[in-house]
Design a protein around this ligand. Structure first.
Ligand code: ASP
Length: 354
């Protein structure tokens, strides 16, 4: 089913997965537990009328019910609902809870990997957060769906099945996204399509069947992409009670920087700005001047691009930090973590970038 839905006829996915899971179960008689943490999203969505596929509520179905229908034999699976939300509402308190539960389960020797089910809308932000906090340990797979659980031909079961296969494979791959038959590096996956079942893209996607043959090699391959380590550990993250305010601003035609100046003149002004620049992270003179003033007031400023592909090249005389190739949304998450790390370590004044 997976192969035909996603047009991967060159990869006999179903056959491969079946034999792989038999192999995995033989190899892992002692330690083969995978934990599935639910956070909600469309994968856990419920449509009152299954024929009205666009009319559903996200996060209605318990993760245990999502797993029940597809439980592969030979795998011990534990489930836990960490949240039951539409991921448009994902926030720091949900992330704190998710990180704590991940840390708990990953510390258990018998747990081979963890799957996180998530809404697609902010999936990439959660992926970069987890990538920053759990850089290279046991496999954490984040997945979701574009169709609610009870509509005809839902994509969630296939994605979840693939996610379980990746999370239970021997080896360690750090944080991965699994969607529509492909495995994506957490740092580069992006939701590019608001409707299609294959909603995600990344710099170097790998078919599921290839990825599960050698997770260690997959991790080495993805590690070649630029990463953005943050000097903040999971325990420190768990103790945070104040989240620095970081705002995003886009460059666009007729951008005069007025928004930045207005916000910087308010109480509780941001500790940082991420610029979604045009093209190579460029910005109008007005925006650059306004952000320079913000920087003089102590705000961090990082520039990235509003383009989906390509990187932002450094320029001589750059006065702002560079976070390419992270998109602005991910850069914002990383900046909050870097600000927290800075505060926790009492490092003093701004570093220009991660
Ligand atoms: N609004 C949903 C969410 O992000 C969309 C989805 O999961 O596809 O929770």
């Amino acid at each position: 089913m997976v192969g035909s839905i996603f047009g991967l006829s060159e990869y006999p996915v179903t056959v491969f997965l079946t034999s792989f899971l038999n192999f995995a179960s033989a190899m892992t008689k002692k330690i083969s537990k995978v934990v599935v943490l639910g956070t909600g999203g469309t994968i856990a969505g419920w449509a009152p009328d299954p024929d009205q596929t666009r009319q559903y509520r996200a996060g209605e179905v318990a993760v245990d019910d999502l797993v029940r229908g597809i439980k592969p034999s030979g795998l011990q699976i534990e489930t836990e609902d960490v949240a039951r939300i539409d991921s448009k509402n994902m926030g720091w308190s949900e992330w704190q809870r998710l990180v704590a539960r991940l840390a708990h389960w990953l510390a258990q020797e018998e747990v081979r990997g963890v799957v996180v089910t998530h809404g697609t809308d902010t999936l990439e932000e959660t992926a970069i957060l987890l990538h920053a906090l759990f850089p290279s340990g046991k496999t954490i797979v984040i997945t979701g769906a574009m169709r609610a659980a009870n509509v005809s031909e839902p994509d969630g079961p296939g994605n979840l099945k693939d996610a379980l296969a990746v999370a239970s494979a021997p080896g360690r791959a750090g944080v991965l996204g699994v969607f529509a038959g492909q495995v994506h590096a957490a740092a580069s996956l992006t939701k590019l399509d608001s409707q299609a079942l294959s909603a995600f893209a990344s710099a170097d996607p790998v078919p599921i069947a290839v990825a599960i043959q050698n997770l260690d090699a997959l991790q080495a391959r993805f590690a070649r992409q630029p990463t953005h380590p943050v000097d903040l550990d999971v325990a420190e993250f768990g103790r945070v009670s104040y989240w620095p305010r970081v705002e995003m601003v886009h460059n666009h035609a007729a951008q005069d920087g007025g928004l930045v100046r207005t916000i910087m003149s308010t109480d509780g002004k941001p500790a940082g700005w991420v610029v979604a620049g045009t093209g190579n992270g460029t910005m109008s003179q007005g925006l650059e001047d306004a952000l320079s003033e913000a920087q003089q007031q102590g705000a961090w400023v990082w520039r990235t691009t509003r383009c989906t592909w390509g990187q932002v090249q450094a320029q001589s005389g750059d006065r702002f930090g560079l976070v390419s190739p992270l998109n602005p949304y991910k850069a914002r998450v990383v900046m909050v973590l870097a600000l927290l790390a800075n505060a926790v370590k009492r490092r003093g004044p701004e570093r220009p970038g991660p």
